[in-house]
Design a protein around this ligand. Structure first.
Ligand SMILES: [Zn+2]
Length: 144
């Protein structure tokens, strides 16, 4: 099994204007990290091309598209073109039209071990989740 690649992006917080660290869960406009998915797709594309992979997949979903503009199909379509134009990589977003509830149901059908998945924005020193950030609340609300 591929162990994946981990990159520390925390230093970007020094330069990026976002209050995502304050966990103002009632004001989603403050949770937007400017150009987050463009940054992540660009990094993943560069890594994939360097490592001779041919595909990058991003897990955006329909439920987030209304809140976060870089989760919508229009953004993905533009990034698909940009990635294809600048590399040999194909960008996919196979869950972009699905809601979080639909993705969870699909995951249960195919046996995804949700206990081994991670969404928290602020992992605790003991390795646990914070329980108060938007992804933690989303998971709780969706029964995960
Ligand atoms: Zn959390």
């Amino acid at each position: 099994m591929n162990k994946g690649i981990s990159a520390r992006l925390r230093p970007l917080r020094r330069y990026v204007n976002s209050t995502i660290d304050s966990f103002l869960v009632n004001d989603s406009s403050n949770l937007v990290v400017p150009a987050r998915n463009m940054i992540l797709i660009s990094l993943a594309t560069a890594l994939a091309e360097s490592l001779k992979y041919n595909m990058v997949s991003i897990g955006v979903n329909y439920s987030d598209a209304g809140i976060f503009p870089d989760c919508g199909q229009a953004f993905i379509n533009k990034m698909f073109d940009a990635v294809l134009y600048s590399s040999q990589i194909t960008l996919t977003a196979r869950l972009a039209a699905a809601s979080k509830a639909e993705i969870i149901e699909l995951g249960k059908e195919v046996g995804i071990p949700f206990g081994m998945t991670w969404s928290c924005y602020d992992p605790q020193k003991d390795g646990g989740t914070c329980g108060v950030c938007l992804p933690c609340i989303d998971r709780e609300e969706n029964g995960l």
